[in-house]
Design a protein around this ligand. Structure first.
Ligand SMILES: C[S@@+](CC[C@H](N)C(=O)[O-])C[C@H]1O[C@@H](n2cnc3c(N)ncnc32)[C@H](O)[C@@H]1O
Length: 276
């Protein structure tokens, strides 16, 4: 089994719960910057890397006018099947949107694989990768001469209101988990955007970085609880000494969530890279 295949699989349920918050969080300013280029030419071709169930395509295709063809890439064939079946078939102005899928490891893509691409997109992918893998993606995009809109990378900052004395320790352990080593892959986690900015700049692209935080209110109980359970489990996996304190913390926070008094901001960044 290769090391990418050793990474835990993402469930369609989790992707479905987070999709509305992702859509609300991504930077509209970066879409505005890319819109003219993305709608030029007879039939723009978009490659979505690590597409999951296709949320990025559904979000962006609906904001762009004109014919579009989307090529969905993921290593998980079950998610790819959902990405194809659940893609929207009409653009913002009613023009047709078509879709195809490409299974495989997106970090192995070359400029030749992206030949003719109008735009490469990704969402919630970069922080799962290593420095070398991001370097290869930057080389492939810039080699193919297409811009890249890479959204929703974690930056290692979470604000919980009201605060709890254990928040900072759990947050630090979670960030360490994001930066863990799997086999010989050192994941970038919160360092991913900086690494991508450096990589694209080395290949001559200009980069724009914008904040794209999830701002989760007390009524978003399903997403806040699913996020919290995953966040705490990753922190305890990373720092098993947290386990005893985490039991009480988990109880307090799940009560806060059930009684609709917890607000959470999970900070992310979006990145647009393009030649100018
Ligand atoms: C957190 S999910 C995000 C999915 C989707 N972009 C979204 O925003 O809903 C990350 C996705 O990237 C895929 N993935 C991660 N590393 C990959 C790789 N090296 N090659 C192909 N797919 C990868 C996973 O299978 C998963 O579908």
């Amino acid at each position: 089994m290769n090391q990418i295949a050793q990474m835990p699989r993402v469930t369609p349920t989790w992707l479905g719960i987070r999709e509305p918050a992702d859509a609300a969080a991504r930077s509209g300013e970066l879409v505005a910057l890319v819109r003219r280029h993305a709608t030029a030419g007879p039939r723009p071709v978009f490659h979505d890397l690590g597409c999951g169930t296709g949320a990025m395509g559904r979000w962006l295709a609906a904001q762009l006018p004109g014919d579009q063809h989307w090529i969905m890439h993921d290593r998980d064939p079950d998610l790819l099947e959902l990405a194809a079946s659940d893609m929207i078939d009409k653009a913002a102005d009613g023009s047709p949107v078509t879709v195809e899928t490409r299974p495989g490891d997106v970090t192995e893509l070359t400029a030749a694989d992206l030949d003719g691409a109008t735009l490469v997109t990704a969402s919630a992918l970069l922080d799962l990768l290593t420095r070398d893998e991001i370097e290869r993606i930057a080389a492939a995009c810039t080699g193919a001469g297409c811009p890249a809109l890479l959204t929703l990378s974690v930056v290692g900052r979470v604000d919980l209101t009201p605060a709890d004395p254990l928040d900072a320790r759990v947050g630090a352990a979670f960030n360490a988990h994001q930066r863990r080593t799997v086999g010989d892959r050192s994941l970038l986690g919160p360092d991913a955007v900086e690494a991508a900015v450096d990589a694209f700049a080395r290949h001559g692209a200009r980069t724009y970085v914008r904040p794209s935080p999830w701002r989760l209110g007390p009524d978003q109980v399903e997403l806040v609880s699913a996020w919290f359970v995953g966040w705490l489990a990753a922190a305890v996996e990373q720092d098993p000494e947290l386990a005893v304190a985490a039991a009480g913390y988990s109880h307090r926070r799940l009560m806060d969530i059930a009684e609709r008094r917890l607000e959470v901001v999970v900070h992310h960044q979006d990145l647009l890279a393009r030649h100018e």
